[in-house]
Design a protein around this ligand. Structure first.
Ligand code: ATP
Ligand code: MG
Length: 418
């Protein structure tokens, strides 16, 4: 690498090999599971007008106040690389008239961008899988969404991660709780972090979400939402928890759990590694793998009709860290051409093997001896040296995948090596 080769942008990753396989495994498993629950695929643009995020996520959040990649395009519009999926999905729901599909179960995945301090499990470009149920106000939607998340984690083989659950109540409960929190934190205002002093009047719930030690001391004895829940809000939460029990989803109550974004109502949740677990050791302090909740107020903030909805997102990189390294799958058939004159017939044979759905590779460059050695190293199920009138199989014929064996016999007789 010469000294004037440009470096990658800080906080971005080039993912390759076993880590890339783990990443792909997460996405493939998500695709399979979302189909089991009949979530429909959607693709949204990677950038939106800045106001899409500013209006829905909330000006006082970390994301909007300091993490967005915003820029003016050549036409003078303020655009932002998406820092999360939900706001763009809500915009798409409204501008495309997707109301006609409500209740709509949607799934998507892709890159997100946040200007954060890069560290283990935290990047400036990262990737999420995302699931939303839009136009569904009943607690059963929350249960369905969480059952899907729970099954996904199981199918990924991830253990030692538990669903932490809270309710933020409805509008009225949230308001009353908010007032009590302001009073609680105002009494210790000078001892809070600068960020939280600022949040105090604007958005005190966010102080509960703070990662700053100076704030966390006062979070433990802060007023809890339960004292302020209206009867409706309590009934809603009870329906969610009994639904989760019926669905066999284990959960634990987390009274200080709020989500960082303004638009949440009722259910808020995170899947967090259990203390002392393998998962906690792998993820370090960046521990939430999946988070979400109900955002009944969002569509209105974008000028749409009241539309209840619930959703979650999970970081693919963090899930991939829990999955561990995935080896690349061994190849089923490896074909070695020792003499260029046989290349055409070998090309036909490898095409047929792949056409039948088997993995195959052709080795036809380098010294003939090296080709053979390289092919052996891949530890293929079948290793074949192709000749004009047939092949010589280095693998025991009996051990061959029967379908590959049949293809080979149609290609020509096997012959002992000469
Ligand atoms: P955190 O508390 O870790 O900052 P968050 O509340 O900002 O997370 P969300 O906005 O809810 O996270 O995003 C959902 C998930 O996306 C997180 O649980 C995490 O797995 C992942 N995630 C969020 N930010 C990043 C990042 N900068 N790098 C990698 N993954 C991330
Ligand atoms: Mg964050």
């Amino acid at each position: 690498m010469s000294r004037n080769t440009p470096q990658a942008i800080r906080g971005t990753q080039d993912i390759f090999g076993a880590e890339a396989e783990a990443f792909a495994f997460v996405v493939e498993t998500f695709e399979r599971v979302r189909k089991l629950y009949r979530f429909r695929r959607a693709e949204m643009p990677v950038f939106e007008k800045t106001e899409v995020f500013a209006r829905s996520i909330g000006e006082t959040t970390d994301i909007v106040s300091k993490e967005m990649y915003s820029f003016e395009d050549r036409g003078g519009d303020s655009l932002t690389l998406r820092p999360e999926f939900t706001a763009g999905i809500a915009r798409a729901f409204l501008t495309n008239g997707w109301q006609q599909h409500a209740p709509l179960k949607l799934a998507t995945h892709g890159p997100l961008f946040r200007y954060e301090r890069p560290q283990k499990g935290r990047y400036r470009q990262f990737h999420q899988i995302d699931a939303e149920i839009i136009g569904a106000g009943e607690p059963q939607a929350d249960v369905e969404l969480l059952a899907m998340a729970d099954q996904l984690l199981r199918e990924l083989g991830i253990t030692g991660v538990t669903l932490h659950l809270n309710t933020l109540g409805d509008g009225d409960s949230r308001e009353a709780w908010r007032a009590a929190l302001v009073e609680h934190f105002r009494a210790v205002k000078d001892e809070l972090s600068e960020d939280s002093q600022e949040r105090l009047e604007k958005n005190p719930l966010r102080i509960l979400d703070s990662k700053d030690r100076r704030d966390q001391r006062f979070v433990a004895d802060a007023p809890k939402i339960d004292q302020f829940l209206s009867d409706d809000a309590r009934a809603f939460f009870d329906a969610v928890t009994s639904g989760l029990d019926a669905a066999g989803v284990k959960w634990t109550r987390a009274e200080s759990l709020v989500r960082g974004l303004d638009y949440y109502r009722h259910t808020a949740f995170e899947f967090v590694p259990d203390e002392g677990s393998d998962a906690a050791a792998k993820l370090g302090s960046q521990s939430t793998v999946l988070g979400g909740g109900r955002y009944d107020g969002l569509m209105e903030s974008l000028g749409g009709p009241v539309t209840p909805a619930v959703g979650w997102a999970a970081g693919i990189e963090r899930l991939a860290m829990l999955v561990g390294e995935k080896g690349e799958e061994p190849v089923e058939a490896m074909l070695v051409v020792e003499d260029e004159t046989y290349l055409a017939s070998a090309t036909r044979l490898v095409r047929e093997i792949r056409g039948e759905g088997y993995t195959a590779e052709l080795f036809a460059t380098g010294s003939p001896r090296k080709r053979f050695d390289k092919a052996v190293k891949q530890n293929p199920q079948a290793l074949l040296v192709v000749k004009p009138d047939g092949y010589w199989g280095a693998t025991d014929e009996g051990a061959l995948n029967p379908a590959i064996g049949k293809l080979l016999r149609s290609f020509g007789p096997s012959s002992p090596r000469t």
